[in-house]
Ligand binder design. Structure first.
Ligand code: GAL
Length: 654
């Protein structure tokens, strides 16, 4: 359980650096990340390097005893580079090029830019790669942020055509797989295929999907070029990238695999995220100052899988931020709570953004651990408290790794892309559906692993698949081999890899273990709400509902009031034929957990628990005080069972 901070020495006079380093150490910080936007200071003019300041910053921080994470500066190419190579700027879907003057203004497909990145990263790592205090390297910054991926440039087009040729080999095969006979969309050669933008109406969904697959591979291959250089010259350091919350533009599982990352790091801004995602207004209001109780946990659990167990929070919200629709000050205690929450989910390090609020430029309204006048901010004081607590508790300081959970949620990036391309109804969003299931499991007091459908799922007792567009035979093999209970949500198995409807009808290959067919589907405007009840729990279908037929020995466990089946079961496999209102999802999952022998406990509203090592952590995100479900004679390592808003307690498991 280590604490870190993001620091920008280039934004402050040198006379402050030594004192900053000393105060970081006094605060209990062990790691500091620097340099990820400092290209114009590292190389003020093409080929003219100015390392003096960075040498001094590194030495100042290292000699204070801090461990460093060095960021490569490729998220902000300097003006001279853009002037020399304007084609580096990315192109929007409407064909307009982005301008210089902020950050992430580069096209990942640009060969020129890829060369420039390898050049600056090589220069940097040749200089600092073997420095004993530099324990990790962060590549770039938040790949794909600000919607600069995808880019619709000429470079992207050329590489897309090559990618298609590699995938399909013959243009006839592509025409066939894409169904290009429709609307006379057939191509005579790969070099005549365009990008799927600026078409009068919808482009072919498989054209869009292949472009997204290609762009996902582009992000990974762009990044891989930096990794290769870093590995060679910094063989002992951990290599990581700082991913984002609720971000699905590229396939993170494949990315981590292709890039052999040592750690998955991610940037956690819980309040801003709560404001920006599709949550019901009453939840946004309830959790306006604490963030929704599952919004960070969801990504902690996701990135734990992406980092093969090792994950860090590279940037943690430390106070009000500047980029959400509204940016309130967090409730007292939250800046401390978020660190414990990340640790409970398995984080090795929580690093706050940023050391000091910068009084100028784009992020002047963004807080840090210090106010612009260098006084500790309220968030800074909470970090000080957490650091002291951890340092004085052997139980917290020596925390073991989190065990594998009994429950898995399968999350699939391609499913997100397919259902974004074809929402079919304006309010259908796969990630929101997955989050709703995850939330229900967490309300039942369960620890959850979020995993890829390609992972080995055999150790789990309950596997929840909120939806997965393509069900391949290997997944069905996994179901057959496992002894778990499986729950599949709507739209599962509804597509082939070529983005077509399976010839056996949805849910495609799942029919091997769950004989049923989806005959028709419908999306639901807010006034269309087919009702149903499961046991005593009543509710409705929202957004999406299917008209299905149970085949063979499949049983219908619940039906809508217009008699269409709602829950179908065969053996250990359940299918939910609609997007159900939240309490119904929870009811379905509670029943499946019971059948799986996984014990559940419905937690008080706003309360969450998480086990790590031999400890249980409890957190109160709600506005009302709650009682943590600790045994009466529990030994508390931190706090006690009465939890006010923003409180944390930790007890030793019996
Ligand atoms: C992150 C980014 C940081 C900073 C921060 C502000 O997305 O990586 O550089 O901009 O947001 O919240």
């Amino acid at each position: 359980m280590q604490l870190g901070v993001c620091y920008y020495p280039e934004q402050w006079p040198r006379s402050m650096w030594a004192d900053d380093a000393k105060r970081m150490v006094e605060l209990g910080i062990t790691h500091v990340r620097i340099a990820e936007f400092a290209w114009s200071r590292m190389e003020p003019r093409a080929g003219e390097f100015a390392w003096g300041w960075l040498d001094e910053a590194v030495e100042t921080l290292a000699s204070a005893g801090l461990k460093l994470v060095l960021g490569t500066p490729t998220a902000s190419p300097p003006k001279w580079l853009i002037d020399a190579h304007p084609d580096v700027l990315p192109v929007r879907a409407d064909g307009v090029r982005w301008n210089f003057g902020s950050r992430r203004h580069y096209d990942i497909s640009s060969e020129t830019y890829r060369r420039e990145c390898v050049r600056i990263v090589t220069a940097m790592v040749e200089r600092y790669g073997r420095h004993p205090s530099i324990v990790a390297w962060q590549t770039d910054n938040e790949l794909g942020c600000h919607e600069t991926v995808p880019s619709y440039s000429g470079a992207a087009l050329a590489r897309f055509q090559t990618w298609l040729q590699r995938r399909y080999e013959r243009v006839e095969a592509l025409n066939d797989a894409w169904g290009n006979v429709f609307w006379s969309m057939e191509y005579l050669s790969f070099d005549t295929i365009g990008l799927p933008n600026r078409t009068p109406t919808d482009a072919n969904p498989i054209h869009l999907l292949d472009f997204r697959r290609f762009m996902s591979d582009e992000v990974a291959s762009f990044h891989r070029e930096q990794i290769d250089v870093l590995r060679q010259h910094a063989p002992k350091a951990d290599l990581l990238h700082n991913f984002m919350g609720f971000f699905t533009t590229f396939d993170h599982y494949r990315f981590a695999e292709d890039n052999a990352l040592d750690v998955a790091a991610w940037d956690s801004y819980p309040i801003a995220r709560t404001e920006s995602i599709a949550l019901p207004e009453e939840q946004k209001a309830r959790y306006a100052r604490t963030a929704h109780p599952d919004v960070s946990a969801f990504d902690h659990d996701r990135y734990r899988a992406i980092g093969a167990g090792r994950f860090w929070v590279m940037e943690q919200q430390a106070g009000p931020v500047n980029w959400a629709p509204w940016n309130p000050v967090p409730a007292k205690g939250m800046v401390r709570l978020w660190a414990y929450e990340a640790f409970a989910h398995g984080a090795e390090l929580v690093s706050y953004f940023r050391w000091r609020q910068c009084p100028y430029a784009q992020e002047q309204m963004h807080s840090g651990l210090n106010l612009p006048n260098n006084e500790l901010s309220p968030g800074g004081l909470e970090v000080q408290q957490a650091a002291r607590e951890i340092a004085s508790s052997a139980a917290l300081a020596g925390l073991g790794a989190p065990a594998r959970a009994a429950t898995a949620v399968v999350f699939d990036y391609e499913t997100q892309w397919m259902f974004e391309i074809q929402r079919h109804g304006k309010t259908f969003d796969y990630q929101t559906l997955a989050f709703d299931y995850y939330e229900a499991l967490r309300e039942l007091g369960l620890d959850v692993d979020i995993v890829s459908s390609k992972a080995d799922l055999s150790p789990y007792r309950l596997v929840v698949v909120p939806s997965i567009a393509v069900i391949d035979e290997t997944l069905v093999d996994q179901i057959e081999r496992s002894s778990a209970q499986w729950v599949f949500g709507p739209r599962s198995g509804s597509k082939t890899t070529a983005f077509a409807i399976p010839s056996s009808l949805p849910p495609g290959a799942l029919q091997r273990v769950l004989p049923m067919q989806v005959l028709e589907v419908e999306t639901l405007r807010p006034t269309l709400t087919p009702a149903l009840s499961i046991g005593d729990t009543q509710g409705v279908a929202l957004h999406w509902r299917e008209h299905v037929r149970a085949n063979g020995e499949t049983t219908v466990d619940a039906q809508f009031d217009d008699t269409w089946p709602a829950i179908l079961t065969h053996g250990r496999v359940r299918y939910v034929a609609g997007w159900l209102s939240h309490a119904l999802h929870r009811e379905v999952l509670q029943r499946a957990a019971k059948d799986a022998g996984v014990e559940t406990q419905l937690l008080a509203d706003g309360l969450r628990i998480r086990r790590r090592g031999d400890l249980t952590f409890a957190f109160n995100f709600g506005p009302e005080p709650v009682q943590a479900p600790a045994p009466v004679n529990a030994t508390f390592v931190l706090g006690h069972s009465e939890l006010k808003t923003g409180d944390v307690c930790v007890w030793r498991n019996a």
